[in-house]
Design a protein around this ligand. Structure first.
Ligand SMILES: [Zn+2]
Length: 334
């Protein structure tokens, strides 16, 4: 039985911890009371799932609080990489925002190095390739609010490109300020030759996707709201920009997959990849994303194409791409 759920391009470390790992770490680091049971913790983690984005995004704060030392960051990345392998993943790009992990005095580069070290430890033990994307963040009402930190993020990736840092992203609450204010940061990253993706058109309006296209990014995180206007959709399709779709993550409030734009995007000819976003918060994995697509009537051939799109869009070298493509071709006859 062919399984094309092998490549993860959009996966947040802090949103993809195992709930059990997070619970034990929270107890150990005294972030929750000793009296907090696993069931209480579970309810607390998922309480916000029904809230609007502007509120539910705060749930990441608790997970970031668990990940403030090199040891804990590394352990979390190791645990996630091993879990991905056990779920059948061959290649993954884990992302996190190093500037969210400086509460105990870490520099962004140290945080990034810690995450990379966890992935490397896993890669020594099991055959999986994992690279790390560092995310710039939307914070204040102007991009200037944390511009210095965002520049530091770009420079951390620049310094660790050879060690396993593979790209830059922009994450956080998309509607905080004028999206176009981030253009210069992407220009800077591109001038350094760093591959770029950006959360655009997820919570925000479809024109953000067009902004991102104009910056010359390599991929779009989500991008679903390009469906809001025919001209946006046509631009996305004609540009061949890969979209990192995360369907379950988008529909987790009501699980209404039928309302999601994924089928329209596929039918329009957009370059679609299927990803988990937050394995913990969205309670999903790549295999589930593929399963849900099958439930909507998406064929194996299209799922194979999504996997091939992901390989082609991956921030890795040509040898790795060729090896992954060969393996996907073999799946067809598995
Ligand atoms: Zn995301």
């Amino acid at each position: 039985m062919a399984n094309y759920a092998r490549i993860e391009l959009h996966l947040h470390l802090d949103g993809s911890l195992s709930v059990r790992w997070a619970y034990e770490k929270a107890l150990q680091r005294k972030i929750i009371e000793k009296s907090c049971s696993f069931r209480d913790f579970y309810n607390m983690v998922f309480r916000d799932n029904t809230q609007p984005h502007s509120v539910s995004i705060n749930k990441f704060d608790l997970m970031c609080d668990l990940l403030q030392t090199p040891e804990d960051l590394s352990e979390a990345a190791y645990d996630l990489s091993r879990r991905l392998y056990s779920l059948g993943i061959w290649y993954a790009e884990i992302r996190f925002a190093s500037q969210q992990h400086m509460k105990k005095g870490l520099k962004q580069k140290e945080a990034l190095l810690a995450v990379i070290s966890g992935t490397k430890k896993a890669m020594k033990e099991v055959p999986i390739t994992v690279q790390v994307i560092d995310c710039m963040m939307h914070k204040g009402s102007s991009a200037l609010f944390n511009e210095a930190q965002n520049v530091e993020t770009i420079e951390a990736v620049r310094d660790l490109r050879k060690d396993g840092a593979c790209g830059i992203d922009l994450a956080g609450y998309e509607n905080n300020c004028d999206f176009s204010e981030y253009a210069s940061l992407f220009q800077y990253a591109k001038s350094l030759g760093i591959p770029c993706t950006v959360h655009a058109g997820e919570m925000g309006i479809g024109s953000h996707v067009i902004d991102a296209l104009n910056w010359g990014v390599d991929r779009i995180g989500h991008g679903v709201n390009c469906i809001q206007k025919t001209e946006y959709l046509e631009r996305v399709v004609s540009s061949r920009i890969p979209l990192e779709l995360c369907v379950t993550s988008n529909v987790k409030r009501d699980m209404n997959y039928g309302n999601h734009a994924v089928l329209s995007l596929m039918e329009a000819g957009a370059v679609v990849t299927l990803n988990s976003d937050n394995m913990m918060f969205a309670r999903t994995c790549c295999a589930n994303e593929h399963f849900q697509m099958k439930m909507l009537g998406v064929t194996d051939q299209t799922l194979k194409q999504c996997a091939m799109n992901a390989v082609q869009a991956a921030f890795c070298d040509e040898d790795t791409k060729n090896r992954l493509k060969e393996k996907i071709e073999k799946e067809e006859h598995a």
